[in-house]
Design a protein around this ligand. Structure first.
Ligand SMILES: Cc1cc2nc3c(=O)[nH]c(=O)nc-3n(C[C@H](O)[C@H](O)[C@H](O)COP(=O)(O)OP(=O)(O)OC[C@H]3O[C@@H](n4cnc5c(N)ncnc54)[C@H](O)[C@@H]3O)c2cc1C
Ligand code: FES
Length: 345
């Protein structure tokens, strides 16, 4: 008789989930905070993302397909013949003709709260996504109501790794790159790592953050406890807007440059810049960090299709120090977080 015991099953690191929408609240012009409850969601790290199916799916399970688009009901349109197909429309034809956002869309995890399992219910991860309405998929997200469900894949990609030598974190977020910085801020606060944040938006009403009543953002980019989400983690923040409608006028990299220039070289030891935002902003941030001899990690937001290493749509050119030549890397599975100096921008 064998005495071998089966190895315990490894917990999944990612999966397909039906998430319940708890809230979808406007937070500023074009931005919404979407709060999702996901049962038994695996552990996740700041910098990781989820793929949301913004259009209701063809899954016959109504929990996945959503009540708004029931595949068992074919509309009256299906009764006529579509000449190209030469037969009555079926549900799948209708679905494709509807010109919906068929591919999933990637969104960073902006915050996570874990509710423990009880005798009657599994553990629930409450996940916040902050999304800006810019196209077909995000317009569908905008219309989601509490009580509806959405299909979610995740957590995906590699998040921010905190180096052992890290004593001072400088968070830099621009536009829809701000959400992963909120999740990172919470982790850093939890680990008692001193941090400061720099956030940039085009203008005041495109900043997806709340302002403290008792502290105004500095007009010269000096970080203070002006921003509720960071103040909650005891992190001072500097806000910049392109048009000067809030905080310092100009790009977030200008405020970062002033800050790093003012820091004594000894204070820069143990400092790491963590950045997410539009590509030109991340490239400029990497340049500022390099000039001040501070390491920089960036979370890239390349447009993606599959999000899990299959379609090859998200490649970047990568050349780490010492490598003879560059290679392609996939943003979705090798990243989205990379060492900024390893990227050919
Ligand atoms: C890893 C990752 C994390 C992301 N996190 C967030 C987030 O937290 N919040 C958020 O609002 N958005 C985030 N994005 C961007 C988000 O995925 C896109 O805004 C979304 O896919 C747009 O879908 P749509 O159907 O509304 O727009 P579409 O109709 O697909 O596109 C509208 C326009 O936006 C452009 N566009 C679409 N995606 C991108 C992109 N990634 N970069 C530059 N231009 C783009 C298109 O070329 C087009 O011009 C993230 C992207 C990645 C790769
Ligand atoms: S998004 Fe498909 S391979 Fe990266």
């Amino acid at each position: 008789m064998s005495t071998a015991t089966a190895a315990p099953a490894k917990p999944p690191t990612r999966g397909h989930y039906v998430a319940l929408i708890c809230a979808n609240t406007p937070i500023c012009h074009e931005h919404y905070r979407l709060t999702l409850q996901v049962p038994d969601f695996p552990a996740s790290e700041p910098g990781q993302f989820v793929q949301l199916l913004c259009a209701p799916s063809l899954d016959p399970d109504p929990a996945v397909s959503g009540e708004r688009y029931n595949p068992t009901q074919i509309s009256k349109q299906a009764e006529f013949e579509w000449p190209i197909i030469g037969r009555p429309l079926k549900f799948h034809d209708e679905y494709l003709l509807a010109n919906r956002p068929y591919l999933r869309r990637p969104f960073s995890i902006a915050q996570r709260r874990d509710l423990p399992a009880s005798d009657t219910a599994p553990a629930i991860a409450e996940i916040d996504i902050i999304h800006r309405v810019i196209g077909k998929g995000t317009r569908e997200l905008e219309s989601l109501e509490p009580g509806e469900s959405i299909s979610l894949l995740g957590p995906l990609g590699r998040g921010f790794a905190l180096p052992q030598t890290l004593t001072h974190a400088v968070l830099v977020g621009g536009g829809v790159g701000i959400p992963p910085m909120l999740y990172l801020a919470e982790k850093l606060a939890h680990q008692n790592i001193a941090s400061v944040a720099f956030v940039g938006a085009q203008r005041r009403n495109l900043l997806p953050l709340a302002l403290q009543a008792n502290s105004q953002p500095s007009p010269v980019g000096t970080p203070n406890l002006c921003c509720t989400e960071f103040a909650r983690c005891n992190i001072a923040a500097a806000i910049t807007t392109d048009d000067g409608s809030l905080g310092m006028r100009g790009f977030v990299t200008a405020a970062l440059d002033l800050y790093l220039a003012a820091a004594a070289p000894t204070a820069r030891a143990g400092t790491v810049v963590f950045c997410c935002g539009p590509t030109p902003m991340m490239k400029a941030t990497a340049g500022v960090a390099q000039r001040h001899h501070v390491p920089c990690m960036v979370s890239l937001e390349q447009p993606m299709a599959c999000g899990m290493g299959t379609c090859q749509s998200c490649v970047i050119k990568y050349k780490p120090a010492g490598a003879a030549d560059w290679v392609y890397k996939l943003t979705c599975t090798d990243g989205p977080v990379f060492n900024a100096s390893d990227i050919i921008w």
